[in-house]
Design a protein around this ligand. Structure first.
Ligand SMILES: [Zn+2]
Ligand SMILES: [Zn+2]
Length: 408
């Protein structure tokens, strides 16, 4: 990760390659966007049965049973399918924890790498899901060290195959071929489209819509794209939206969209503001009245801290909309509603005479800002789908769309 920022991309070893090399994955072969399993088989009934044939030694049986029930529920929330657990005989979906070569030409490989696989709908092996018994399965959130694996995430993915879905190239999809670091296991938009293309919509959606939450990754060329925050990171621009970051790419590669947690697992989603202070090689992230600090790309311990004691904001400030730092003067600008504060990084104190009105000192950029950064003498402000490039010396403003940074 450290090597990645601030290096020229050669096009040979890109981030994607590194991720795939390092990330544990599903053993079902790759295909693109939401896809169906080879052969396009689906179940002819909507009322399916499953049976847990064997268990992992790392979790109590009741915990494993709960996980599988929850994993099926993720899919039944968005489809007409129902899942009933049986305790003997042949179920549609037989679930087993198995070791090494287990007789289906898909041998497991001990800890790491291949964690599980599942078969497309059909008789016998069809629909069955196999988990590598040599993995340390857990109900804890997905961890960075890649030595313990969240069973719910893996099961929800494998059951997608059991229902007839192949892999998806949408990073926010559960059917993405490598397991992603994420705090909450939810179907992505693409998973919902996939399962509904096979089985249709749920006839009677649940009364509480919150249990039908999905993850939607930002689409860089969406005309309605907005940002929560933007900052430079070692001089390179990084946009933040929900639980994702977007990095504009150079001529060699496409934009990169991935979970923030891939880099910084402790940061919250929906960051309000972020800025870089290059002198100390730090990046600060703000949400509500709290902030987190990353130094030399590593998350510092002891955070989050509050913005009142650290920066001297009055308690009336509940959140910061945007922040931008000028590395030459060491001044950081905080934008809150229609006002802004100026903070002196070297003195570590708020400058006198603030807050001031945004409209007075930054004419032409509107009176509300979502995200901002400062680079080479220009402030870049984002509001809704608009971007305002502001030259503080001449007060000139250029208006562009937010996604002018991407190859659209
Ligand atoms: Zn898979
Ligand atoms: Zn198998």
């Amino acid at each position: 990760m450290q090597k990645f920022f601030g290096l020229n991309v050669t096009g040979k070893v890109d981030k994607e390659t590194l991720d795939v090399m390092r990330q544990p994955r599903c053993g079902v072969p790759d295909v693109a966007w939401f896809s169906t399993m080879p052969g396009g088989s689906i179940w002819r009934t909507h009322n399916l049965t499953y049976r847990v044939v064997s268990y992992t030694p790392y979790l109590p049986r009741s915990a494993v049973d709960d996980v599988f029930e929850k994993a099926f529920q993720l899919w039944s929330d968005f489809s007409p399918l129902t899942f009933t657990k049986i305790f003997s005989g042949e179920a549609d979906i037989m679930i087993s924890f198995l070791r090494g070569d287990h007789g289906d030409n898909n041998p497991f490989d001990g800890p790491g790498d291949r964690l599980a696989h599942a078969f497309a709908p059909g008789p016998r092996l069809g629909g069955d899901a196999h988990f590598d018994v040599d993995e340390t399965w857990t109900v804890e959130p997905w961890t960075e060290d890649y030595s313990r694996y969240n069973l719910l995430y893996a099961a929800a993915h494998e059951f997608g195959h059991s229902l007839g879905l192949g892999h998806s190239s949408d990073i926010s999809s559960l059917m993405y071929p490598t397991y992603q670091l994420t705090s909450e296991v939810l179907l992505g938009e693409d998973d919902v489209n996939g399962i509904q293309s096979l089985y249709g919509e749920k006839q009677r959606p649940p009364i509480n819509p919150s249990i039908r939450k999905t993850v939607i990754a930002p689409k860089v060329c969406d005309r309605d794209l907005t940002f929560n925050a933007v900052t430079t990171v070692r001089g390179e621009i990084m946009f933040f939206k929900d639980r994702f970051y977007i990095r504009p790419m150079n001529n060699y590669l496409e934009e990169e969209v991935n979970y923030i947690s891939v880099f910084w697992s402790h940061l919250p989603s929906e960051i309000d503001a972020a800025y870089e202070f290059q002198e100390e090689d730090i990046v600060l992230f703000f949400k509500g009245s709290k902030y987190w600090v990353v130094q030399e790309l590593n998350e510092l311990a002891g955070y989050p801290k509050d913005i009142y004691s650290s920066f001297g904001f009055p308690r009336t400030v509940k959140k910061i909309d945007a922040a931008a730092s000028d590395e030459y003067t060491g001044k950081t600008y905080f934008f809150v509603a229609d006002q802004y504060w100026r903070y002196d990084e070297r003195q570590r104190s708020m400058d006198e005479g603030y807050p001031k009105m945004i409209a007075d000192d930054f004419p032409g950029i509107g009176d509300k800002i979502d995200a901002a950064f400062y680079k080479n003498g220009i402030f870049y402000f984002f509001h809704g789908t608009e971007q305002y490039n502001f030259n503080p010396k001449t007060k000139e403003v250029r208006v562009l769309r937010t996604n002018s940074w991407f190859n659209c």
